[in-house]
Design a protein around this ligand. Structure first.
Ligand SMILES: *Cc1c(COP(=O)(O)O)cnc(C)c1O
Length: 367
């Protein structure tokens, strides 16, 4: 098998999605599975659908079009506000899109009318994180516009926190979202099908809050894919954090001094910190770099340290481990590393159908 490659353990993803679907389902909350870090991988999406997610969410139209072509049998949601230049593709690929701009809604309605369709709309509300969202005071007017259009269907409202300013979902802001939903229902005499409380940063809130109010949906990416809470990057209870493994190949392995010699200036990617002199150490270079992955977001095998990275070289101190060219080293990935590996044309993706629930020790670096 070639390297670098990203191994995707579909059974572990299924386990994570299933666990969250059951845990949140017990509280009346459905899961929209967010596959955007995998660029809308149909294999990943199928594992999530098999685990019971009620919809699939993507930020980019390209990802949605991949999911549409895979015919997965659940509604597809565009999470990022549509680009005005893409409204045709949005109506074709998405059942529902998240929106905040009246003019874009008009454009979506016009396209939907031309194709004899009704496009679903989730209006995003600003609750303080200051990324996307209508200010609460403007929500009713835009909802009125959507309700008035025969080619738009107001599916509900949503909010997104913890992405721009780090504002944490809590009892107050989630209660505000519920109150806004109830207010719209009273004003317009309608029932909103969806009140989407947020992303993986909402999982802890949903587990602990006394009442979830009107929130009946969460859009979950990181918690399913990596098993972690984006608020502290720690594992969530009962979830697998090893669904993705990045495998890279050794191209040099030598015992070398720990301190550089010669006059030292800035390197290609900034000024390296001065290394302590620890005599000789086992160093290895793997054929992996900034063009493949975010090197700072990798977890090396136990006993191995990442010393630095440039475009195509990742330099390791391998401790007691003696490697040779051709050996493979396996890394865990964080969200940024996953995203870049999936996006890089140099990283192959391999799908493995290993079971999810059985706990296995972390794979060591191996030859
Ligand atoms: C990416 C995204 C999500 C999923 O976020 P995770 O933290 O990966 O769960 C949910 N909603 C919106 C609007 C997003 O852009």
């Amino acid at each position: 098998m070639g390297a670098p490659r990203l191994e995707v353990h579909l059974g572990r993803l299924h386990h994570n999605a299933r666990t969250l679907v059951e845990r949140l389902g017990a509280r009346g909350v459905a899961v929209t599975g967010v596959t955007k870090a995998t660029l809308g991988s149909p294999e990943v999406a199928a594992a999530l659908v098999a685990a019971g997610v009620s919809a699939l969410g993507e930020s980019r139209v390209d990802g949605l079009e991949r999911l549409r072509a895979a015919q997965l049998g659940v509604p597809l949601v565009l999470l990022r506000s549509p680009m005005p230049s893409q409204v045709e593709r949005v109506v074709a690929a998405a059942d529902v899109s998240c929106n905040t701009e009246p003019d874009v809604l008009d454009a979506l309605a016009a396209v939907a009318r031309r194709h004899g369709r009704v496009h679903g709309v989730l209006l995003m509300v600003e609750l303080g994180d200051l990324r996307e969202g209508l200010l609460p005071a403007d929500l009713a007017a835009v909802a009125r516009q959507v309700v008035a259009s025969p080619h738009l269907d107001l599916r509900g409202i949503g909010a997104n926190l913890a992405c721009q300013s780090g504002v944490v979902p809590d009892v107050e802001n989630m209660a505000e979202l519920s109150a806004l939903a109830t207010g719209l229902e009273t004003s317009f005499g309608i029932r909103l099908a969806t009140v989407s409380g947020g992303n993986s940063a909402n999982v802890a809130w949903a587990a602990g809050a006394d009442t979830l109010g009107r929130v009946d949906d969460l859009r979950l990416g990181e918690s399913i894919l990596l098993g972690t809470d984006p608020l502290d990057r720690l594992p969530l209870d009962g979830l697998r954090t090893d669904a993705f493994t990045l495998v890279a190949e050794v191209i040099e392995a030598k015992l070398k001094p720990t301190q550089p010699w010669g006059a030292v200036g800035p390197s290609a990617f900034g000024t390296p910190p001065r290394a302590a002199d620890r005599g000789l150490a086992q160093r290895a270079i793997v054929a992996l770099g900034e063009q493949d992955v975010d090197p700072g977001d990798l977890t090396p095998p136990p006993g191995v340290t990442v010393l630095g990275a440039s475009s195509d070289h990742l330099v390791l101190d391998t401790g007691r481990l003696v490697l040779e060219p051709g050996d493979e080293v396996r890394f865990g990935v964080g969200y940024r590393a996953l995203l870049r590996a999936m996006t890089s044309p140099f990283v192959a993706v391999h799908y493995a159908r290993t079971a999810g629930a059985v706990s296995r020790p972390r794979a060591p670096a191996s030859g």
